[in-house]
Design a protein around this ligand. Structure first.
Ligand code: ZN
Ligand code: ZN
Ligand code: FE
Length: 763
């Protein structure tokens, strides 16, 4: 019988480390009677397996088709090798190939097994808030250095008790080599404190935190990637207090429900959405409100969606445990003042959050890397990332080509950076708005951390063309200090290429780019944002754009849609009459100043921004004159849109200019005729979508291009996106939209990477 044995070497790459892959292989091999070994390498996992050919075949089929839950097999190579006899199957020491990198698993939500143990009175980890295993728990947020091993994580301070050490060392145990392994005897613990009260611990601390929530007060809660601020979502007074304290009046708050059943009382949940909510990532999912008048409206004013997530750590489960007198939905918003990054270090959190919170539920497992909650939505049954962070980062975005090593510094708002190598782009987690020292510090630290973890050593630097972005300055300083080449990349070109890379596009064949966003620095110094480009990774050409409109006092105009509406009315030759809401937003003397300013172009920047066009329409309909967060006016315009309306306004094309000014007299006519805002909003959305189709048809006719990429923050508008895609697809255009990376500026660094790589090759 021995003569029928064969040996195979199996190499597997992808997310195969820190996810229970080796014990899985060990158990499978042992069960099948296969001998040999398995080990981690820098490239992934390597197996030597000896056994009967049919058994080996079965073994490989399971590895390929049914690997451990959290793993992701990118590639599996089988090589026949000389038959080698082993006595058993064993797990061998890791082998590091110098210069290679190992993907690191993102943080993963608590698994079903751990959840069961958490609530099992007979289990030794009953109600232990840090229960985890090889299939779940913290990863990226606690890793200080590689290889991923307990001494190089923030768990290094906790010496394992003999029970935990036993589980850790037993290959058949589901906690074999689970680096964050812990229990109530040896692991981290929770503590609760509030001003003037003694600190309390463990179960009592959790109950005290729950009491604070019951009383309608605000809790600072230390989670996986940072602090949250939590309160009873149904308590209007508590939510308003939190809004006031965070100084961001109307930005919707994220919510957390105990389970799907509770959640479905408030929002509509499709099968795809349930799967996403309960996925190992447990992101925030934007879900449609169950009815128009909603008990949670005050948590998300003027929105028809709520951003909700399920508890993703054992501590969250204990915090939200159902009880008759305990709220079934909590506000769970990031612990920060509106503009700052999320707090994650304990002393810093105490200082920064003490004015915001009435009590703190903390723990002593340090967070090494701050990571926000991810925000997602389902569209066409597919997951779309709006904010890519916890659960997704630092998993690299795989592209369909071999890339040189580039550091891409990203844009300014919703910043991410990226580091590339081979087919991988290590797109960072959401860093935030690079407008203050705190965020900039967090940005610098994260760049260094990614370089260290993935052995990256960039040979070029890419920055946005905008000279004043802090990310541009950072890249310039680094290029000066290092002597590395610096590439300045036009913002909308980066959007276009981010979309192409997101779709694994890898040819030089140019595509049409409908690139619509709020702000991006143009090659002519004008603020672009309503751009129709033709191009690809190598180059781009701007073929159409919205006609220019002056932004009076640049930044203040962005915060005041009324100013943009007035500029559009003036451009349309319409007199500012008191019946118009944007006119009413100003005192007569201010209007006079503004009128002169616009006429003479004093302190006015020109823009072709599509985002500003939506702002102007929102203002003219009286929906929003001043915004408190980015995109607010446009979101409120979308939210009232009547889905049944099919007519539209005409938007003429004048040379390369799309004359959107022309819609204003048409809208005013509708307003005077008593047409409801919901219909006007729909007509406006229809107009932009149909204008997109007309422009693409024009380009196809003259240049024969049939592929269209849609990118930029404006495409977060699902109504506009759906209408435009429907029109384009009905006319046989091939369309590309974002899925894996955000369509907003969170995707810019990916686009910069692909363009810089193309430039490097040309040199
Ligand atoms: Zn688990
Ligand atoms: Zn222990
Ligand atoms: Fe942008």
């Amino acid at each position: 019988m021995t003569q029928t044995l064969i040996s195979n070497r199996i190499k597997i790459s992808g997310i195969v480390q820190g996810v229970g892959f080796r014990p899985f292989v060990y158990n499978l091999a042992t069960r099948l009677g296969i001998t040999g070994w398995v080990r981690n390498t820098s490239g992934g996992v390597e197996i030597k397996a000896t056994g009967d050919p049919s058994i080996i075949e079965k073994f490989i089929a399971v590895l390929r088709n049914d690997p451990p839950l959290l793993s992701k097999v990118d590639n599996l190579i089988v090589e026949p090798v000389d038959t080698e006899q082993f006595n058993s199957f064993e797990i061998r020491e890791s082998l590091a190939n110098p210069g290679e990198f190992i993907p690191i698993s993102p943080d993963m939500s608590i698994c079903e097994d751990c959840r069961r143990e958490l609530f099992d009175p007979a289990d030794r980890r009953y109600r232990y808030p840090f229960i985890n295993c090889t299939n779940c728990g913290p990863r990226f947020t606690i890793i200080q250095e590689v290889p991923y091993d307990r001494p190089l994580t923030t768990m290094s301070a906790f010496a394992m008790c003999s029970n935990c050490a036993g589980e850790y060392a037993t290959p058949s145990d589901r906690r074999y080599h689970a680096q964050p392994i812990a229990c109530g005897v040896c692991g981290p613990e929770v503590a609760f404190f509030s001003p003037g009260e003694p600190e309390i611990y463990a179960e009592e601390a959790i109950q005290a935190a729950r009491n604070l929530i019951r009383e309608g007060r605000i809790l600072a809660l230390k989670g996986l990637g940072g602090y949250h601020l939590a309160c009873d979502a149904a308590n209007v007074e508590a939510v308003e207090r939190l809004h006031d304290r965070k100084q961001r009046s109307e930005k919707p708050f994220a919510l957390m429900c105990y389970d799907l059943e509770t959640l479905s009382r408030y929002v509509q949940v499709s099968d795809a959405e349930s799967l996403l909510l309960e996925s190992p990532q447990h992101p925030i999912v934007l879900l449609k409100k169950e009815s128009e008048v909603h008990t949670l409206d005050h948590t998300a004013p003027n929105q028809n969606h709520l951003g909700i997530m399920l508890p993703y750590t054992p501590l969250h489960l204990l915090m939200l445990e159902p009880a008759p007198d305990f709220p079934d939905v909590l506000v769970m918003t990031s612990g920060n003042m509106s503009e700052e990054p999320i707090a994650y270090q304990d002393d810093d959190a105490k200082t920064r959050l003490s004015a915001l919170a009435d009590g703190f539920l903390v723990h002593n497992r340090p967070i090494h890397m701050r990571v926000d909650d991810s925000v997602t939505r389902i569209l066409d049954k597919q997951v779309h990332l709006i904010r890519r962070a916890r659960g997704y980062a630092p998993e690299p975005v795989k592209v369909n080509q071999q890339l040189r090593q580039v550091l891409s510094c990203g844009a300014e708002l919703k910043n991410t950076f990226a580091l590339s190598r081979g087919p991988y782009v290590f797109l960072s987690h959401h860093i935030g708005d690079l407008e203050n020292f705190e965020t900039l510090t967090s940005y610098r630290q994260a760049i260094e951390h990614y370089k260290l973890l993935f052995h990256l050593n960039p040979e070029a630097i890419a920055v946005d063309l905008h000279p004043d972005y802090l990310s541009t300055r950072y890249g310039e300083d680094l290029a000066d200090a290092s002597g590395l080449p610096l590439f300045r990349i036009q913002h909308h070109h980066a959007h276009l290429c981010a979309c192409l890379a997101d779709n694994d596009y890898h040819t030089d064949e140019p595509v049409i780019g409908l690139i619509f966003d709020g702000t991006g620095y143009g090659t002519d110094g004008v603020i672009w944002g309503g751009e129709v480009l033709i191009g690809g990774y190598q180059s781009f050409e701007r073929v159409y754009h919205l006609s220019e409109i002056p932004l009076a006092g640049a930044d203040t105009a962005i915060r005041n849609p009324s100013k943009i509406a007035l500029a559009y009315l003036k451009a349309a030759g319409i007199e500012w009459s008191e019946e118009f809401p944007p006119v009413n937003a100003y005192r007569p003397e201010d209007l006079e100043v503004l009128s002169k300013q616009l006429a003479l172009g004093i302190n006015c920047a020109l823009t072709t921004s599509m985002g500003r066009l939506f702002d102007a329409v929102s203002s003219l309909l009286g929906l929003r004159q001043h915004i408190t967060y980015e995109g607010q006016a446009a979101i409120e315009l979308e939210n009232i849109c009547d889905p049944a309306e099919t007519s539209l306004y005409s938007i003429p094309l004048e040379g390369s200019k799309v004359n959107a000014v022309n819609v204003f007299p048409q809208i005013l006519m509708d307003i005077r005729n008593g047409i409801p805002n919901s219909v006007i909003s729909a007509r406006f959305h229809n107009s932009v979508a149909s204008c997109c189709l007309a422009l693409c048809q024009q380009i196809r006719m003259t240049k024969g291009i049939n592929k269209v990429a849609l990118s930029g923050g404006v495409w977060q508008n699902i109504t506009l996106l759906t209408k435009t895609l429907d029109l384009l697809r009905a006319d046989s255009f091939e369309t590309y939209t974002h899925r894996r990376v955000p369509t907003n500026d969170g995707g810019i660094s990916l686009g910069q990477t692909l363009i810089a790589d193309a430039m490097l090759r040309k040199q």
